[in-house]
Design a protein around this ligand. Structure first.
Ligand SMILES: C[S@@+](CC[C@H](N)C(=O)[O-])C[C@H]1O[C@@H](n2cnc3c(N)ncnc32)[C@H](O)[C@@H]1O
Length: 192
């Protein structure tokens, strides 16, 4: 498992950027996600909660539930304080592969700038776990940088999803401040 704890400076800087210039970008994106009444959503690699706070609010308005999962205990402590006004949120700390989350637990999963951060050798097992935890017809909302040294190759991303039974429903490349060209896609888990 890839484990990493941010230092205090990284926490402060990330919260500053996420709460100011990046805030409208994340809010706009979360508001575009195709969510339905009562949906249970996993924010995989929730980190500083830049997306979680908008997801929590959207889901609260439609009787939905949010689970924030991250390997970092420090980030989870930060977002539990940030989201403490929401009663529709719970938290998991650890590696998705060893947490033994029951199959078909979620209607949708958001992975926002996470997969590129995970060692290439661990990615396939993680996406396989997504497929197991989602209900048939469940959705993956995926955003990943595809340019620069931090980016993940589009071919690899598509392969990871296809080989685990996901079908692409929509995708585009958007230029985002600080992140550069970014893949934005929705994938569906097959019903069979
Ligand atoms: C670049 S941050 C993205 C955080 C957030 N989704 C965002 O968009 O700001 C990647 C996050 O993934 C988490 N992470 C890395 N490996 C993980 C794993 N194996 N399981 C769960 N979370 C992981 C890190 O702790 C970090 O918070």
């Amino acid at each position: 498992m890839s484990g990493y704890e941010p230092c205090l400076g990284e926490v402060v800087l990330t919260l500053l950027i996420g709460g100011t210039i990046a805030r409208p970008i994340y809010r706009r994106y979360i508001n575009t996600l195709d969510l339905a009444s009562g949906d249970c959503v996993l924010d995989y690699g929730s980190g500083s909660g830049v997306c979680s706070k908008f997801l929590a609010r959207r889901l609260q308005n439609i009787d939905g539930h949010l689970t924030c999962l991250d390997v970092s205990r420090r980030w989870q402590t930060v977002i539990q304080k940030m989201l403490n006004r929401y009663s529709n949120v719970d938290y998991l700390i650890g590696d998705i592969v060893v947490l033994a989350i029951p199959a078909s637990s979620f209607d949708a999963l958001l992975s926002h700038f996470v997969i590129h951060d995970i060692p290439a050798t661990e990615r396939m097992e993680i996406v396989r776990e997504w497929a197991r935890m989602l209900k048939p017809g469940g959705k993956v909302f995926l955003r990943e940088p595809v340019s620069g040294s931090e980016g993940i190759a589009l071919d690899e991303l598509g392969g990871l999803m296809r080989q685990n039974g996901f079908v692409e429903a929509a995708s585009c490349i958007v230029p985002l401040p600080l992140m550069g060209d970014t893949f934005e896609g929705t994938f569906l888990k097959a019903f069979n």
